[in-house]
Write a protein that binds this ligand. Structure first.
Ligand code: AMP
Length: 435
């Protein structure tokens, strides 16, 4: 399969080549022809699957064709083009400001060789609204926005959605996770009824499916096999360790594995500050990546991270959402994510677009049960490892273990974290007894 065979115009093929995409990814192969044909699409696709180009390329092509058509029509009807404001043709709703920036950059890059320059507006909350309002003067062809800020701008009459031809919901599961259901509903009310809808989500929980079904009209389903299997080439590992040894273990791994870059996930802003400070003290170039840093500071950190000036980013889930770093060899879950969905999102930061990657989760005894639920959700058991010098001493509580055994599909999971000594003692006690 090639990009040419998907029916893309030369200007877009040129942009694809400039970005060094050699062959289309699975989601691109399936979605591009359907989107070109004007169909609705519902795609199971996580970050790293190439989903942005999967919708951007065909939408840019359709838009280009429409512009040409309109130009031909208006050349018959002389100079009616001059004072016309641009109408929002494509609206992309995204969950976070990071993602809106990234999608905007990708679209701009893919549109670079098109004969008619398009105006792309990237809009997000948490920043001053005035510059965004100014930028929207005269309209925009493509608007990429987080839902809350878009509503603010609509309330201020800074733009109109009545001419939107295509709506894209990007990372729809995340939009719902972040509580944007009401905002999305209000935005939908302002869109024309007849439009193309594209729906991308890494997971399809009942709530996500409900939203998709409410929105889509006979969609082409681009569901690429099972979620866990569909993850790019990501090796999942777990390391059992005591909570208070995690930072030292992290330092050990960073040095031992010689990762060029690593993204470390923690549960709180506080942890992101303390862990990154400890790494710095150990001589590692690390930074805390959390909501306390301004958007500008975070952008700066990402640039430094990509340029290998920072080796480790210690991030919270929200801040890390949408981070797109090509060639990220490893992700470490210092703290476990709250949900299986978050786990998939996190580990999907590595192994992107064909590259392989490693996702390591630290499992402290008290969170063993939580990780088993995550394993259950992805129907995959990841063997617990221990690292010499960092063997855990804490043991999973008996109650929790018996609950897990009752719950386990195989009739019982053994192997709560026990120290070597405990195992030896147990073995000695059992000697001579059957079973
Ligand atoms: P996305 O899933 O849109 O966040 O894209 C993930 C990464 O893959 C981005 O860095 C893209 O630039 C890159 N990418 C997208 N499509 C391709 C492709 N066909 N070949 C190689 N890389 C790609």
């Amino acid at each position: 399969m090639t990009f040419e065979s998907l029916g893309l115009i030369p200007e877009l093929l040129q942009a694809v080549a400039a970005r060094q995409y050699e062959t289309p990814t699975a989601v691109q192969t399936a979605a591009i022809p359907a989107i070109l044909a004007g169909e609705d699409v519902m795609a199971l696709a996580q970050t790293g699957s190439g989903k942005t180009a999967a919708f951007a390329l065909p939408l840019l092509q359709r838009m280009q064709q429409r512009i040409q058509q309109e130009a031909e029509e208006s050349s018959k009807d002389s100079n009616n083009e001059s004072n016309k404001a641009r109408k929002v043709n494509i609206l992309v709703l995204v969950p976070t400001r990071e993602l809106s920036g990234q999608v905007g950059q990708t679209i701009e890059a893919l549109a670079a060789h098109l004969p008619k320059k398009l105006k792309v507006a990237v809009i997000y909350g948490g920043a001053s609204i005035n510059p965004q309002m100014m930028h929207l003067r005269g309209g925009a062809d493509i608007v990429i926005s987080t839902p809350g800020r878009l509503l603010d701008l609509l309330d201020n009459n800074a733009l109109s959605l009545k001419d939107v031809a295509t709506l894209v919901l990007d990372e729809a599961d995340r939009l719902l996770d972040l509580g944007f259901a009401d905002e999305i509903k209000r935005i939908l009310e302002q869109l024309p009824a007849k439009r193309q809808n594209l729906f991308f989500s890494a997971t399809f929980s009942p709530a996500v499916k409900k939203l998709a079904l409410a929105l889509l009209h006979e969609p082409r389903r681009v569901a690429i096999a099972d979620l866990a299997e569909n993850l790019p080439d990501i090796a999942q590992r777990t390391i059992a360790v005591d909570g208070d040894k995690r930072t030292r273990l992290l330092v050990h791994l960073i040095k031992d594995q010689q990762w060029e870059r690593v993204l470390v996930f923690v549960a709180t802003k506080y942890a992101s500050d303390t862990v990154s400070n400890k790494l710095k003290k150990a001589g590692i170039k690390a930074e805390a990546f959390n909501g306390d840093a301004s958007q500008g500071a975070r952008q700066h950190m990402l640039t430094d991270f990509k340029a290998n000036r920072i080796q480790v980013l210690v991030a919270t889930d929200l801040a890390a959402r949408g981070i797109d770093v090509a060639g990220l060899p490893a992700v470490v879950n210092y703290d476990l994510p709250r949900s299986a969905d978050d786990y998939l999102h996190r580990i999907g930061r590595t192994g992107r677009a064909g590259a392989s990657g490693t996702a390591i989760s630290f499992i402290v005894a008290e969170h063993e049960m939580h990780f088993r639920l995550i394993e259950k959700r992805q129907d995959k058991r990841v063997p617990r490892e221990t690292i010499a010098g960092f063997e855990p001493t804490a043991i999973v509580a008996d109650k929790a273990e018996s609950e897990a055994n009752a719950d386990a599909p195989t009739g019982g999971i053994k192997g709560a974290r026990k120290s070597k000594k405990d195992k030896l003692r147990e073995q000695a006690a059992k000697n001579g007894q059957p079973g």
